[in-house]
Write a protein that binds this ligand. Structure first.
Ligand SMILES: [Zn+2]
Length: 357
């Protein structure tokens, strides 16, 4: 076992090329997926696949080669790819997580370490082709699901959403929905599988850009992507308002909750796991904001994600004891506003106060 080395987060860059031969994929997989359910042959370990509904384990890890593959859905890769696919983190964040999970490094977070901003790259990728459902089917799914959510069949989904602190007005405005069984094509488009849960659409103006399904009751994977067509930012670029502060959070539900609580004082957006680069127009809009806060989850992955924003961004972690903003909201009345009071002016005009009394 090589001796651990100390990495000072978040400035140190890790060289994956030099590290990958020292990675213990078995340790990484056990940490992320739990103990393997038992079947072990030829030094390989088998799990139920986290990327498709999988009753018999078809997800195999080969620790010797440092590779994993699912014989059911065809997903495959190395340790960093596993982290990226599981939680949507960027490559540098995934490398750090891997290194940490197999005990190759200990983090020494120093408040005195200057943060070196990583330049936000302009989009130079070729035009992405839409994937998943056809645009018409995706839109039909979103519309049907939004109706079903408020029917007796949607009760469980409503309970889940309210449990995340969202009020009915927020739920309706975000056009959230519920689907009992949607047929979703695999990435290669060859086969399809069934998914059920909360339907979470991203819009770009009126154009549907992404549809995710948050599965409930512990079904894996937690998030299924049913449709993608050049998503930019959630809930949409219009959430970024010139002259108002902008808060960037980690996931869609946290984003909706934070916007619900802070709508009068800040714009709130997330890149989810959908895009790692900012679209040029979105970047310009972000620049026009009065101030920028990165309010990702209170963990290493959140810190790393926050680091990808320009240097003027102020990192605001959820307070001690809370991992994300849903936890903060659940911890007591108006806690999100209370937490943000030191960063954002929360004053209420006298006339409005008078009206309340
Ligand atoms: Zn699979």
């Amino acid at each position: 076992m090589p001796s651990p080395f100390v990495v000072r987060a978040p400035t140190d860059r890790l060289d994956w090329g030099a590290l990958k031969d020292r990675i213990d994929l078995e340790a990484v997989a056990v940490a992320l997926l739990g103990e393997p359910p038992g079947r072990k042959g030829g030094g390989r370990l088998w799990w139920s696949c986290p990327f498709h509904p999988d009753r018999n384990p078809s997800f195999v890890v080969d620790p010797d080669r440092g590779r994993w593959k699912c014989w059911g859905c065809g997903e495959h890769g190395d340790a960093a790819a596993l982290v990226m696919k599981l939680d949507g983190s960027t490559f540098p964040a995934a490398v750090r997580r891997v290194v940490e999970l197999c005990g190759l490094a200990t983090w020494e977070a120093s408040p005195h370490t200057p943060i070196v901003p990583r330049p936000v790259k302009a989009p130079d990728r070729p035009q992405e082709r839409p994937s998943g459902l056809s645009p018409a089917d995706a839109l039909a799914l979103v519309e049907d699901a939004a109706e079903r959510l408020w029917s007796p069949n949607g009760v469980e989904a409503i309970v889940y959403l309210r449990g995340r602190g969202l009020n009915d007005e927020t739920i309706r405005a975000a056009r959230l929905g519920f689907v009992e069984s949607a047929r979703v094509p695999t990435k290669d488009g060859v086969r399809s599988y069934r998914a059920s849960g909360i339907v979470l659409p991203w819009f770009d103006g009126e154009r549907l850009a992404l549809v995710k399904i948050r599965q409930l009751k512990g079904a894996r994977p937690k998030y299924v992507e049913a449709f993608r067509d050049r998503p930019r930012i959630f809930p949409g670029p219009e959430a970024i308002q010139t002259g108002l502060p902008l808060i960037v959070v980690e996931g869609e539900f946290d984003c909706l909750l934070m916007a619900q609580q802070l709508h009068d004082v800040a714009g709130v957006v997330t890149l989810g796991s959908a895009a790692s680069r900012l679209d040029e127009d979105v970047r310009r809009a972000v620049k026009s904001c009065r101030s920028l806060f990165t309010a990702h989850d209170a963990d290493n992955a959140g810190d790393m994600a926050a680091e990808c924003w320009p240097s003027r961004a102020v990192r605001v972690r959820p307070p001690e004891g809370c991992n994300d903003w849903t936890d903060v909201h659940a911890s007591g009345f108006s806690r999100i506003r209370y937490s943000w009071g030191r960063h954002l002016p929360m004053s209420v005009p006298w006339e409005e106060l008078a009206g309340r009394r």
